[in-house]
Ligand binder design. Structure first.
Ligand SMILES: [Zn+2]
Length: 273
């Protein structure tokens, strides 16, 4: 996360540093060879794959929470439930979310190549933007461990609908629309701070990591647990580990290949048939 890393990444991207470009080409070739031999690839994606779709990163150097720590505080479930003002603000933010106009980028689309080659066992994502769905990845093979902003859920009953249904009510003047079935509080179907991850999702991710032959982590600093643990789980189960990210990650040490660069530039080179 230091300036030095940004400079390094930029140099590689622009091809201004011949040594970095050569190292990247070697890394890409190595990653392609590993994927070529693989039949069960597990993908793990984080915020970095969506920044080129102009979805802001939350914890990166220019992240929402890095710049405005107060926003992280209001993202806890306790504050959401306790404070009507926090909910009203949250609904306004949902209306204005960059997600509604975002489109999948070359990184999301590149992953479809692995699916077409029948190599993709599971795509685990930490992102809540739904852009893998929008790119056309098989929804049955996506696990959104932090949920999705594209759906709305009731905190008291099983009510679950597309987010736009609730946003239409906000546009029509309800500043904190209640559940139409039980009058409970509605919230995006995301995992807020203070909320537990979905146990079945975690189990599915871990089981896939135990049985894959390649774990390919893309656009995540691999610092958020428990999901980051799928990387060492895969490694210990005998899988190869490939990491592609714009900056250093917590797991670079155990990776077989580390690619440091722009995801939308590098990923298509790695996955192309
Ligand atoms: Zn309800």
């Amino acid at each position: 996360m230091t300036d030095a890393h940004d400079v390094e990444a930029d140099a590689g991207e622009n091809g201004e540093d011949p040594a970095a470009a050569e190292q990247m080409a070697l890394g890409v070739a190595e990653a392609r060879a590993i994927l070529g031999d693989a039949s069960r690839v597990v993908l793990l994606t984080g915020a970095g794959i969506s920044t080129d779709s102009r979805i802001p990163d939350f914890r990166g150097p220019n992240g929402v929470w890095t710049k405005n720590p107060g926003a992280e505080k209001s993202a806890t479930i306790q504050n959401y439930v306790a404070d009507r003002d926090v909910r009203v603000r949250a609904w306004r933010n949902r209306l204005d979310s960059p997600v509604w106009s975002a489109e999948p980028n070359k990184g999301h689309l590149a992953l479809l190549d692995l699916e077409k080659q029948r190599k993709m066992a599971l795509l685990i994502t930490q992102n809540i933007d739904g852009l893998h769905h929008a790119a056309g990845t098989d929804p049955d093979r996506i696990v959104e461990v932090h949920g999705s902003v594209r759906e709305v859920v009731c905190l008291s009953c099983d009510y679950r609908k597309p987010m736009q249904v609730a946003l239409d009510r906000v546009r029509q003047g309800e500043d904190d629309p209640p559940c139409p079935e039980c009058s409970g509080m509605l919230k995006s179907a995301t995992i807020s701070f203070g909320q537990n991850l979905v146990v079945e999702d975690l189990k599915r991710a871990e089981a896939a990591a135990q049985t894959c032959d390649v774990l390919f982590a893309i656009g995540s600093t691999l610092a958020v647990y428990p999901i980051a643990a799928v990387v060492p789980i895969a490694k210990q189960s005998g899988a190869k580990v490939i990491i592609l990210n714009g900056s250093e990650t917590e797991m670079d040490d155990i990776a077989d290949v580390v690619l440091r660069g722009s995801i939308s530039d590098v990923l298509p080179l790695v996955t192309a048939p």
